[in-house]
Write a protein that binds this ligand. Structure first.
Ligand code: PLP
Length: 399
């Protein structure tokens, strides 16, 4: 991880002339929609009360914002407002869910299962449970990061209590058939925790109709604020719900209000935005494929998020490419928590990518504020950075 000096000065922005680098790292986070920011500002400067202090209008106004947000979140994910528990983001929601699921297991060692491509937030929570005595089983994926036939049945047959599966992968964008998986998981008597962080606001999710036990979502992946999210517990039993009592405190009203507004906008605009984003993604993919003959597209091309383009140029180290693009296009070598860590991505390892393909992997994530002109420019910049890195390797005799 690159060290950032804590400076007394205001942060400086890297720019070339007046142009900021084109932001194509929307899996790591998304810019806040200006309409969301307005709601946040209103909560910070006008509805300034504490929603737990209802003796005056300020508290009532703040509470009204929280209640509205709960309603808007529930509408986006097909839940009831009472199912929505606000958290500081998906990481906290996932941890609460794993703990809640374990707390309802009686008279036996809790048994958890997860796919090999879950986010670090799930891996860490499950590892914590394992260290406290839980049993853990893995669900295998194929080269496109899809669940391998029979792998889920294999772990279910072993008597699993909770299965953790993401709705969409944060590296390669592969989308999972959650409704179908939930039905299979429930048929075996297990509960399901869905990490909906990348999918919520991009794809339809219906927590109640699909009988999800736990669903984690996050504001900053859907043009909302950072540091706010929710755990949705549509069919959580009474004991699981109890896990949230006493966690209340004073809620993050501006964040929650902004998150609610982000959910409202996604519900109204998601279909049209995602359609436009996928057309830009396809154009970028075609442009890169045409210029870089060795390029491989990773993930499930038939079933991936509209904004995801994960590529490898085997033999060309991704860090050399990202460094060349630093002031032009913001893309990533992997998941936010792993970038710069110099360790291979567990997702790409699980998919069985060659070492060369792992080292040449680039994650490109588009968003709703990108324009076709930007994408056209980004395509040229990315291709030229790859070719330049390749030439440098040839000159050094490494290719
Ligand atoms: N799950 C997935 C799939 C993610 O992509 C992320 C964030 O990168 C998280 C969980 C963690 O979310 P948060 O940043 O809200 O804690």
């Amino acid at each position: 991880m690159r060290e950032i000096e804590p400076g007394a000065d205001a942060p400086t922005f890297h720019s070339v002339g007046n142009a900021r680098p084109i932001f194509l790292d929307h899996h790591s986070t998304t810019p806040v929609d200006a309409r969301v920011a307005q709601v946040v500002l209103h909560a910070m400067t006008e509805a300034i009360g504490n929603p737990n202090s209802l003796e005056h209008v300020y508290g009532e106004e703040a509470l009204a914002l929280v209640v509205r947000a709960r309603h808007l979140v529930s509408e986006l994910v097909g839940a009831d407002p009472d199912d929505v528990h606000f958290t500081s983001g998906s990481t906290e929601a996932i941890r609460l869910a794993v703990n809640a699921a374990i707390s309802v297991v009686r008279g036996k060692t809790p048994h958890l299962a997860l796919t090999r491509v879950e986010h670090r937030a799930v891996l860490d929570s499950v590892e914590e449970a394992r260290q406290q005595g839980a049993r853990v089983s893995w669900i295998e994926v194929d080269r496109s990061a899809r669940i391998v036939d029979g792998s889920l049945e294999h772990v279910l047959a072993a008597g699993v209590d909770l299965v953790c599966v993401m709705a969409a992968n944060n590296e390669v964008g592969t989308v999972y058939p959650i409704a179908e998986l939930a039905a299979r998981i429930h048929a075996s008597g297990a509960a399901i925790l869905v990490d909906g962080t990348q999918a919520a606001g991009r794809l339809e999710l219906n927590a109640r109709r699909w009988h999800l036990d736990y669903l984690a979502v996050s504001g900053h992946k859907m043009y909302g604020p950072k540091g706010v999210g929710a755990l949705i517990t549509p069919s959580g039993d009474a004991t699981a719900r109890m896990a949230f009592v006493g966690h209340a405190g004073t809620p993050n009203v501006p964040g929650i209000a902004g998150f609610g507004e982000a959910c409202r906008l996604r519900r109204l605009e998601m279909a049209e935005d995602e359609h436009r984003i996928s057309a830009m993604r396809d154009a970028l993919e075609s442009a890169l494929t045409a210029t870089l003959p060795n390029l491989v597209v990773n993930g499930d091309r038939e079933g991936r998020l509209a904004n995801s383009l994960h590529i490898s140029v085997p033999g060309v180290p991704n860090e050399a490419v990202v460094a060349r693009l630093r002031r032009k296009v913001a893309i990533s070598t992997g998941a936010a928590c792993m970038s710069g860590a110099q360790t291979p991505s567990h997702v790409l390892v699980a998919m069985g990518l060659s070492r060369d393909a792992q080292e040449g992997a680039l994650r490109i994530g588009l968003g709703k504020f990108n324009t076709p002109a930007e994408i056209d420019r980004a395509g040229r910049e990315i291709a030229s950075a790859v070719l330049d890195a390749q030439d440098a390797l040839c000159e050094n005799g490494r290719l």
